[in-house]
Design a protein around this ligand. Structure first.
Ligand code: BES
Ligand code: MN
Ligand code: ZN
Length: 485
């Protein structure tokens, strides 16, 4: 989609040239500054009780008298916070995309459209227009809608431009992550992920390196190898780098869980909804999507993305409950449950990250069903022993409207990971399972500032709208941008 901005006063909206005009209306009445040719049908509909100024309520007008645009859709957005504005745009574009319009102009009525609105409009429009088609040739044809113009004041021009640019880059990263997540596991294999990373590297001047089993053996990643050994799909260990600052500047390292399918292994999962375990590489997809957004925005910061990628399968060669492996850190792990495989591949990636002498490491993983029980599908779970880093990630989460909630990491929660046969077990008791998983990872992160994002509840949706969300690309992109200097 092509995003632009145009300067116009609310009083001149009836002469805007586009195929559709989306009016996002905030407040308890239609603002008096709005062009009378638009205000009068809106006020009439309010008086007739055909429309309410309640967030999300829509009113469609076709060829209102004296208005240049053929299609006008007014959407109420409550008090006009950026979050309400974003859902109004998503709802509005969702309706307009089914019409014949190719070009939609979006105007905010009753408040001034600024940088945050512009970013929100770009991401909301891209989300509303997204359609997965990679393995579904019969998917509905793409909407003709391919141009979005934001109407703003002259004073806001620069800010709106910046917001649009950021929103567009984030949207491209989110779309990239959604496509990878939605692609089924027989197509999206570790090899496919590596190829996609290489392609991203070619298109955006990134350094991409892919390690194979032999390299991983040499590095001593016994834990990662144990998970991969039950699958016929070759494992890949992907390292992609964006250099936007001096070589001497410590990088932000993003680690993404890349289990392209999680059967549970020998501790096999029940059949119901197991198909959704193709989404178990959404952490990987999100860090690659973030890298795409960052490479487009070119901030002065260095970023390293690490993706351990493999399948978790039951097989004659699979790792068995009770097996003890030696991680790259030298610590031994008793694999009590082969379904707790995410932490087993991440721990070696976290040790590998040490070589970059990172400014901070953030890992992203669909790690635990327990996180879904704790936080549902709204907030990503955020874990960090570092208050400053946690605050920076929460700030990025708020700014990007990509919610995250901080969870505890007291030492007491590590109690359950004790083993009689290794330095640690890979599972603890059921209670606080998302925290125990984070405590396990923490044992591999002593050498740098670290945070963990459990996206088990937020990376995809189930049911009729089943599909990947692309989260937390917006949060991560904002975080990386906030680290630029
Ligand atoms: N990929 C799953 C976590 C998951 C499950 C995410 C369901 C979203 C929905 C992970 O590898 C896993 O299986 N975790 C186990 C850990 C347990 C064995 C300690 C879980 O959550 O059940
Ligand atoms: Mn699992
Ligand atoms: Zn998993």
């Amino acid at each position: 989609m092509d995003f632009r901005h145009q300067i116009a006063a609310p009083a001149a909206l009836s002469s805007i040239a586009a195929d559709a005009l989306l009016l996002v209306v905030v407040g308890e009445a239609v603002d008096a500054s709005l062009d009378a040719k638009l205000a009068s049908p809106l006020n009439d509909a309010l008086a007739q009780h055909d429309w309410k100024l309640k967030a999300g309520n829509k009113l469609y007008l076709h060829r209102p008298a004296g208005v240049k645009v053929a299609r006008v859709l007014a959407v109420a957005a409550g008090k006009g916070g950026v979050k309400e504005f974003k859902s109004a745009v998503a709802g509005g574009v969702g309706q307009i995309k089914g019409l014949g319009a190719r070009h939609v102009a979006v105007a905010l009525v009753g408040a001034e459209l600024d940088e945050a609105h512009a970013e929100a409009a770009a991401t909301a429009a891209a989300d509303a227009l997204y359609q997965y088609r990679d393995t579904k040739p019969s998917a509905p044809a793409a909407s003709p809608l391919d141009k979005l113009t934001l109407v703003c004041t002259k004073a806001q021009t620069k800010a709106v431009q910046a917001g649009l640019q950021r929103g567009q880059a984030i949207a491209a990263g989110v779309t990239f992550a959604r496509n990878l997540g939605n692609r089924p596991a027989n197509h999206c294999t570790p090899t496919y992920l590596a190829d996609q990373a290489r392609k991203l590297g070619r298109e955006h001047e990134l350094k991409v390196e892919v390690l194979d089993r032999k390299d991983v053996e040499k590095l001593g990643m016994g834990s990662f190898l144990a998970v991969a050994q039950g699958s016929h799909e070759p494992l890949k260990f992907i390292v992609a780098r964006y250099n936007g600052a001096a070589k001497t500047q410590a990088p932000i390292v993003l680690v993404g869980k890349g289990i392209t399918f999680d059967t549970g292994g020998i501790s096999i999962k029940p059949a119901a909804e197991m198909d959704e375990m193709k989404f178990d590489m959404c952490g990987a997809a999100s860090v690659l999507g973030t890298l795409r957004a960052v490479a487009e925005l070119k901030p002065k910061v260095n970023v390293v993305v690490i993706v351990p990628a493999c399948e978790n399968m039951p097989d004659g060669r699979s790792v068995k409950p009770g097996d003890v492996v030696t991680s790259m850190s030298g610590q031994t792990i008793e694999i009590l449950n082969t379904d707790a495989e995410g932490r087993l591949i991440l721990c070696d990636a976290l040790t590998y990250a040490e070589r970059f002498k990172p400014a901070a490491v953030v890992d992203v993983a669909t790690l635990t069903g327990a996180c879904v029980i704790a936080l549902g599908h709204h907030n990503t779970g955020l874990f960090s022993p570092d208050d400053a880093l946690a605050d920076e990630l929460i700030a990025a989460s708020r700014a990007s409207l990509d919610p995250a909630w901080r969870m505890p990491l007291d030492e007491e929660y590590a109690e359950g990971l004790k083993s009689n046969f290794a330095d640690m077990g890979n599972v603890g008791p059921r209670a606080a399972g998302a925290v125990t998983a984070a405590m396990f990872l923490k044992k591999f992160t002593g050498k740098y500032r670290w945070a963990h994002l459990d996206i088990a509840g937020t990376a995809w949706k189930s049911g009729a709208a089943k599909g990947s969300t692309g989260r937390p690309v917006p949060l991560l992109t904002h975080f990386v941008l906030s680290q630029a200097r």
